[in-house]
Design a protein around this ligand. Structure first.
Ligand code: SIN
Length: 277
């Protein structure tokens, strides 16, 4: 946060950039009550500008969590099967928990949520009430706009118009979808181009040989997670993160086991990633 400035372009909320390319902390807001028109307009603008919004010290209920999601779209369902341990008494909200007994920690490879789906979620909102007592359990976020902007013009030209297969089976098992999306997509609201391949789901660029696809994907996966366009969010109890799944990748850092990290997650329905160009 050193050197970050609170933007003065907002009248109702405060928006403090978390890093130059991704993330901002939102202040002067109470998520436990409906937002005013101006608060909502400013939250939506901050979301477009900063890709990921962080809120601190707010004990939100399932109702509050769902209301925040619905400002951005309809609540969606995860493309993977819901296990019993994820069920809550509200079908809109999924329990999100890991400790020493968890068979796996969800999301601990860089990814775009469920890009294996034909229509991946627009955004996800994760609320953690319990964080590991000795620290750790941060979430990394990366701007796919900044990753795209840093490509050479030659590479941008090469990638534009290519499509790639995103496969859910290796992560979520048989019965989950496989979809084709553009390698370079266009964000429907910002109008900016971005890299739309990720290490968890993207398995093959369609228009080139397998050898070429493997080499290009390896290059892009490394490029997309360069520290210059990533930030590491440090959770506190009752922090919430809202990320734009269309232009930001993220990964959970599972360095805290067997300690416990626990909360709830809601996702928002998206639209097909538009082709750039
Ligand atoms: C996720 O990958 O969806 C969750 C990220 C986290 O646990 O920090």
């Amino acid at each position: 946060m050193d050197g970050a400035s609170v933007s003065t372009a907002y009248r109702a909320i405060t928006v403090t950039p978390y890093s130059p390319n991704v993330g901002a902390e939102i202040g002067n807001i109470d998520l436990t009550r409906p937002l005013s028109d101006i608060e909502l307009a400013e939250i939506q603008r901050a979301f477009t500008d900063h890709l990921v919004l962080f809120f601190r010290d707010q004990k939100i209920s399932f109702e509050d969590h769902a209301r925040l999601a619905e400002y951005f779209g309809s609540i969606g369902q995860h493309a993977g099967k819901k296990t019993n341990s994820q069920v809550t008494d509200d079908p809109r909200v999924r329990k999100f928990h890991a400790d020493g007994n968890s068979p796996r920690v969800s999301g601990n490879v860089w990814h775009t949520d469920q890009s294996c789906a034909p229509i991946p979620p627009l955004a996800s909102i994760l609320y953690l009430h319990t964080i590991p007592k000795n620290g750790g359990g941060d979430t990394g976020f990366a701007s796919m706009y900044a990753a795209y902007d840093a490509l050479s013009d030659r590479m941008k030209t090469y990638l534009e118009g290519l499509t790639a297969i995103h496969d859910g089976v290796p992560i979520f098992g048989v019965g989950t979808p496989q979809s084709v999306h553009p390698v370079i997509a266009l964000h429907p609201e910002s109008g900016r181009k971005l890299i739309y391949v990720n290490h968890s789901f993207t398995v093959r660029i369609n228009e080139v040989s397998k050898e070429e696809s493997d080499a290009i994907l390896r290059y892009l996966f490394d490029h997309c997670m360069r520290p210059e366009w990533t930030a590491r969010f440090r959770w506190e109890p009752h922090s919430t993160a809202l990320w734009d799944n269309r232009c930001a990748q993220h990964r959970a850092i599972s360095d805290y086991l067997p300690d416990m990290r626990s909360g709830y997650r809601v996702q928002i329905e998206g639209t097909v990633p538009p082709v750039a160009g």
